[in-house]
Design a protein around this ligand. Sequence first.
Ligand SMILES: Cc1ncc(COP(=O)(O)O)c(C=O)c1O
Length: 478
Amino acid sequence: MTDAFLGTRALRSLLGEWKDGGGPLYQALYDRIRLLVLDGRIPAGTRLPAERELAQALEVSRTLVTSAYRELREGGYTTSVRGSGSVTRVPGRANLAVDAVGGYLDFTKAIMPASPGIALATQQSMDDFGRYLQGPGYNFEGIPELREAVATRYTVRGLPTTPDQILVTTGAQSAIALLSRVLLARGDRALVELPSYPHAYEALAQAGARLVPVSVTPGEGWDESALEQLIRRTNPAVGYLMPDFHNPTGESMPAGLREQTIDQATRAGTTLLVDETSGELDIDRVDSLLPFASYATPGDERTVVTIGSVGKTIWDGLRVGWIRAEPGLIRTLAAARPSSDLGTPVLEQLIVTRMLPDMPSILDGRREQLREGRDRLEQIVDERFPAWSAPRVAGGIASWVGLGSAVSSQLALAARAEGLLITAGPRFGLDGALERFLRIPLGYPTAQLEQGMDALARAWQAIMRNPMPGAQAFGDVA
Ligand SMILES: Cc1ncc(COP(=O)(O)O)c(C=O)c1O
């Protein structure tokens, strides 16, 4: 059950021009409310206004509202609760954290629920889509309106950008793979962070790179002198970095180190692939940092190639990402693209074009969700896992929790027996290191986070009872 209540005024404003669509009015009202529910703009669990009040506010007959509410109920979009009226629900909606195959609670992905507004943007994009149906459909660089919208977003954020600096990709992952393929030759060195996003390691390695790691420590950040020495001594062809917010530690690279790293990379001839897919997910950082590429000085702009995506901000199901680079490299990438990918679906690009101008309010929603997740996780670790440490992160989608002993794989295995899938620390590293850490996602609804942490507490207890030979002493679990 819920406490959320939607007043007639609020519903009327959400409904907008609902009578304009043609067809029976009760159907139009039903359709409009249904879309608002599916889209998350009326959250599941919200009590709708009473029929009579809504009829008055909309200046329609009560019978009309009764019919629309009946359709909603029959379609599974509301349930009638005695004394509470109609409460919204999403029919057949999968739980974000439930793995579709085995019914496990799934914490292997650091993801967030879809932002509200996608269904509406999709509906509105159908009009724009019509124009595209007359054309070829293939567009290796991305559709012009989206390249323009992405460039505008960078410019608004303080990094002047033109559309010819943008290549739209199928999510950030395809951007990483394309850049690896184009910029690396077999045997080249690629500087990477340790820990890092595992699919980036894979893309770089598949392109033939030898990975040279620099460590990022929770609470301390980048090993500055190692970073400097590695760039100078190994002359990597590329460096793959996540300066904001680093996945999985949530660290943010200080401005001075950004400038220094760009300068060193320019001198070494290293192209920095800067993955900012979580770059705008700050929770409570006081001094907002500019995009990494803003720290380049005239002459070394070519050193920085930025990777972006709406996966973590709008929804990962849209599969829209991009590369920001100088126009010459964008053309090279577009020319190299077809062997693996003939472009990003047009409809999804149109949807993102519509939604990008709303990014400030989308980010406000993300900030709230992530803050709630982070604060609740810190509290649970404090209360129930005295041996663990969860350093406070200022942003990002995950916490890199220290376990106090090298048992991450054992814990992940025990968690599976408790119904929770979670990725052990070594998956974020090279050569089996990082057994003392576990990545816990921050973007899940609180109830699901709590459920996962309950499973982890049971798993922790189980491995405490049966420590594996060689594992160090465990702390208590409360
Ligand atoms: C750091 C990082 N880069 C790239 C990706 C892939 O993003 P996309 O879903 O846009 O392909 C992810 C997804 O989790 C990520 O965490």
